[in-house]
Design a protein around this ligand. Sequence first.
Ligand code: HEC
Ligand code: HEC
Ligand code: HEC
Ligand code: HEC
Length: 373
Amino acid sequence: MNHPGIVLQATRVCTVFLLSSLAIPVAQANDPAVPDSHKVLGVSRADCKKCHVSEVAAWEKTVHYLSAEQRLFKYEANTKKYADALGVTAEGLLESSACSKCHGTVAAVEGLERVISGVSCESCHGGSGGDDGWLNAHQSYGDGKKTRDEETSEHKTMRHAAIDKAGMLRSSHIYKLAQNCNSCHIVTDEKLIAAGHKASSAAFDFVGWSEGEVKHNFFMDKATNADAPTLWSAENPDVAEPAKQRRRIKLVLGTFATLEAALRARAGATNPVVIPTYGGMVAGANGKFAQMLATGNAQIAQIPALVGPKIGLLFAPGANDKKDYNELADKVAELAKEFAAGADKANLSALDGMTQAIQPHYSQQYIQKHGQP
Ligand code: HEC
Ligand code: HEC
Ligand code: HEC
Ligand code: HEC
């Protein structure tokens, strides 16, 4: 199958922008983040490295990068046990499967769906290829302009609108990035869990887990992995204490995303053994919001009142679980979006005690391979 070229004229980007609505596809919290395989180019074919050498080098040290190798290319031990339980064969592991959607990146290569790597750039930032894919617009700075520095601000606004429309998840979309993590880090397939697979990454927290080995915000200064995302800081020059503010925002939106995803997982769960796992996650996220009330923030303030009355019901199946918890999740998602809209400038300094207590996360595999950071 032919993949459309990735060179696009600036005029084309303008057309896309003018003709389109600005609707952005929203990741469904419990639908694992599977980019359309026809849009996935992969790190090599997309040549992300051409412009993002340090980001690619950082990614290659992570468990995400290794996961395909360890879980999909070797049909043994627990991989075999879980795969057998779901009827996934050794060959199936390398294709689009119930396992590869979380442990790898699947691309349509010459008409066949193949695992091309572990969890990759496009797993988190969206499939990039195709005429209307985000990569074209991402690297097009306007007629005759070769670098981002030469780009006009009007063109940049237009470019961002075009890549957003094409479904790129970028630093400004922190809630969607966090939803995306949860779509893999909370497992909802009860058959898979019954076979022994974990129902979630215990103690997943968006701040700590996107720091440590996963952190790759080198953009403005390639020599350092900055405390706060460098692009976000550059695009928000008026924000005081950008590193602190960014972590506060990530704490709040990460907790919103976990609460939403845990509620949806709880809504769909029927196994009384698994229900307390999701119930515990909901209660845990609600507890964090209770600690955040000191911010006086309008959206945060609504959560304990919404979720509190459900706490006693969370741990055992109920007749209307599906409807009740999905409705609550919708409400939480709405509040998260309202919060995100004003987050850059919100006064969140009351959260510093909480953010300071969060440690960057390094996996056991990372430590074994690269030593204690
Ligand atoms: C031709 C150079 C080039 C290529 C190729 C490229 N990028 Fe970028 N990327 C940039 C530049 C320049 C920026 C700085 C932000 C901006 O102005 O868009 C950037 C920013 C980003 C951002 C942050 C955007 C934001 O607004 O928060 C992400 C995510 C990203 N790139 C991912 C990728 C991935 C994944 C690939 C491969 C599929 C890729 N890039 C390929 C040049 C490139
Ligand atoms: C919804 C996403 C998701 C799906 C689907 C999924 N996994 Fe996982 N898997 C994970 C996550 C996340 C972890 C890491 C959990 C942690 O943080 O400890 C993991 C861990 C593992 C591990 C290492 C831990 C252990 O139990 O030995 C194996 C092996 C594994 N998965 C195999 C599989 C196989 C085989 C399938 C398909 C039958 C599969 N997974 C489907 C998300 C998923
Ligand atoms: C596990 C998910 C994940 C993967 C895999 C991933 N990213 Fe990101 N990326 C993120 C998140 C989350 C952010 C925003 C981080 C923040 O705000 O702290 C981000 C931010 C970025 C930025 C902006 C950094 C800055 O300096 O502002 C760039 C550029 C980027 N990613 C490129 C890449 C490239 C290239 C790859 C593949 C080599 C990649 N990402 C893989 C989740 C991911
Ligand atoms: C496409 C699915 C997917 C997405 C999206 C994803 N992850 Fe993961 N992540 C996994 C899987 C699967 C593992 C376990 C890999 C293994 O053990 O083979 C993992 C492992 C990790 C680990 C190492 C955990 C350990 O102790 O072993 C960290 C940290 C992590 N993810 C953070 C994140 C963050 C932060 C995000 C969002 C920005 C994210 N992940 C998005 C699938 C995903």
